[in-house]
Design a protein around this ligand. Structure first.
Ligand code: HAM
Length: 413
C-alpha cells in the first residue's frame, strides 16, 4: 500500500458538488425560471466569472468588498475578483454598448456567484443566482413588473401566496432622513450596513446601533408607505398580487440602490433568509459614463429556493434523462444490443447499454440505482424472436413489443 497521504474527496468549504440528482434540480430551477422571464420578454445574456476588482470598489456593499470577495492577483499583476454578484457586470455591459442597445431593455442571466461567507443554512460560498433586470425606465410600472416577475416565478414553482411575502420599501425615505440629520455619505453607508444586518442581532442591539448614530430608532422608519412604495403596491394589487406589503426595515445592503427595494421571504420561519432581493439602481451606470440609465431588478438564489421547495414538499422527484437501460446476459449479444440502441437513439430515445461485465441481476440493480425507469434485456431469445420485453423498474410491470413498436412506447411514456 502506498504511504502517500490520500487527497480528501470533500469539496472546497462552502461550495457544492452537483451529482446528477442535484444537477437535475438546478436544471429544473432554470427551466422554470427561463420559462417565466421569457414570457415577460426578458432576453438572456452571460459573462465571465472573472472581473477586474475595481468594478466593485465604489458601489457594492462594504461587507462584500471588505470581507466577502474572492480576489487574487493574476500573473500579469492585475487584481481580479470572482464576481460576488451580477449587477455590476450587467451595468458594465450596458454601459459599453449603450448606443446600440435599444431601451427599455429587459435582460436576465443565471450566473454562479461567489462570496466568502460563513456557510450556514441558506448561505454558501457559491450559489446560482437568477438575475432579472429592466434598464431605461423611470416608471414605477417597471418596479412593479420586476416584482410581478418574481411573484410569477414563485407561482410557477407551485408556491401559493400564503407561502411567501413580498416586503417592499424604498431608499428615498432613508435618504431624506439622512439629509435632514446631516449624515455624511460615509455615515449613511454605515447606517445602511447596520440596518441591513438586522436579522443578525437582537432588537436591543439593533436599536442601540441606530442610537449610536444619534438617531431615535422610532423616528427612522415611516409608519406609512412612502409615495413610490404606495404606488408600486397599488400596481401590484391591480395585477392580482395580494402578498406584497410595506416593510419599512428593508433597506438592502448594496450602495447602488436608489429607490424602491424589496425582498421576498418564506413564511416558514425555519427558512429565515431572503429568497429574492432587489430594487431600483438608477445611478449605478454613472460609474461608467455620464449618461443616466435608470434600472431596476432582482437576484434569486438557488440555495434558499431549494430550502423553500424542500420544506413544502414541492421538489420534483429525480428522473434521469436516460429512459431505458439495455442489459445483456452474454457478451455475444453486445453487437445486436448496440444495434438496437442505435435504432432507438435514431428515433429520439435516450438509451444506455451495459457491457455485460456483471451478472444480469447486477446489471438490473445498476439501472435501478440510477433510477432509470425502464429496462430491456437483449439476449439470444430476444434477438432471434425479434420481440422485446420492456420492464418498468418502478412497478415491475412488463410488456412485450416488436422492435418497430419500441420507439413509440418511449415517446408515449
Ligand atoms: P442579494 O440580496 O445579495 O442581491 O442576493 C440575491 C439573492 O441571492 C438572495 O436573496 C439569496 O436568495 C441569494 N444569495 C445571496 N447571497 C447568498 C449566499 N451567500 N448563499 C446563498 N444564496 C445567496 C444581489 O446580489 C443583487 N445584485 C440583486 C440585484 C439584481 N439587484 C438588482 N438586480
Amino acid at each position: 500500500m502506498s504511504k502517500k497521504r490520500k487527497l480528501s474527496s470533500e469539496a472546497y468549504k462552502g461550495v457544492r458538488d452537483f451529482y446528477p440528482e442535484d444537477q437535475a434540480l438546478l436544471r429544473y430551477f432554470s427551466t422554470i425560471q427561463r420559462g417565466v422571464v421569457e414570457r415577460f420578454g426578458y432576453e438572456e445574456y452571460h459573462a465571465s466569472i472573472l472581473e477586474p476588482t475595481e468594478l466593485y470598489r465604489e458601489k457594492t456593499s462594504e461587507e462584500i468588498f471588505n470581507e466577502q470577495m474572492y480576489t487574487f492577483t493574476d500573473r500579469g499583476g492585475r487584481e481580479v475578483t470572482l464576481r460576488p454578484e451580477m449587477t455590476p457586470t450587467v451595468a458594465r455591459m450596458i454601459a459599453k454598448r449603450r448606443r446600440e442597445l435599444g431601451f427599455p431593455l429587459r435582460l436576465y442571466s443565471i450566473p454562479n456567484v461567489f462570496r466568502y461567507e460563513r456557510p450556514q443554512r441558506g448561505r454558501l460560498r457559491e450559489h446560482w443566482q437568477l438575475n432579472v433586470d429592466f434598464f431605461g425606465s423611470e416608471s414605477l410600472n417597471a418596479d412593479a413588473e420586476i416584482i410581478h416577475v418574481a411573484h410569477a416565478i414563485m407561482s410557477a414553482f407551485g408556491a401559493t401566496e400564503s407561502d411567501f411575502t413580498i416586503q417592499v420599501s424604498s431608499r428615498t425615505f432613508l435618504n431624506e432622513r439622512a439629509q435632514k440629520l446631516n449624515l455624511s455619505e460615509d455615515r449613511l453607508r454605515a447606517l445602511r450596513t447596520h440596518l441591513d444586518q438586522r436579522d443578525k442581532m437582537t432588537l436591543q442591539q439593533f436599536n442601540e446601533g441606530i442610537e449610536a448614530f444619534g438617531i431615535l430608532p422610532d423616528s427612522l422608519f415611516p409608519d406609512f408607505p412612502p409615495k413610490d412604495v404606495a404606488e408600486v403596491l397599488q400596481l401590484l394589487e391591480e395585477q392580482g398580487i395580494k402578498n406584497a406589503i410595506f416593510a419599512p426595515h428593508i433597506v438592502r445592503g448594496f450602495d447602488y440602490y436608489s429607490g424602491v427595494v424589496f425582498e421576498i421571504f418564506d413564511t416558514n420561519p425555519d427558512n429565515n433568509r431572503a429568497l429574492f432581493g432587489g430594487g431600483r439602481f438608477d445611478n449605478l451606470l454613472e460609474l461608467f459614463d455620464d449618461e443616466h440609465i435608470p434600472a431596476v431588478g432582482f437576484g434569486m438564489g438557488d440555495v434558499t429556493l431549494r430550502d423553500f421547495l424542500e420544506t413544502r414538499g414541492l421538489l420534483p422527484p429525480y428522473l434521469p434523462t436516460t429512459q431505458v437501460y439495455i442489459a445483456v446476459p452474454s457478451l455475444a449479444c453486445i453487437p445486436q444490443a448496440q444495434e438496437l440502441c442505435n435504432f432507438l437513439r435514431s428515433q429520439g430515445v435516450n438509451v444506455a447499454i451495459d457491457f455485460g461485465e456483471k451478472k444480469l441481476a447486477d446489471q438490473i440493480r445498476t439501472a435501478s440505482k440510477h433510477a432509470i425507469p425502464y429496462l430491456i434485456v437483449v439476449g439470444e431469445t430476444e434477438i432471434s424472436s425479434g420481440s422485446f420485453v420492456i420492464r418498468d423498474l418502478r412497478s415491475g410491470e412488463e410488456h412485450t413489443y416488436t422492435r418497430q413498436q419500441l420507439p413509440a412506447f418511449f415517446l408515449m411514456a
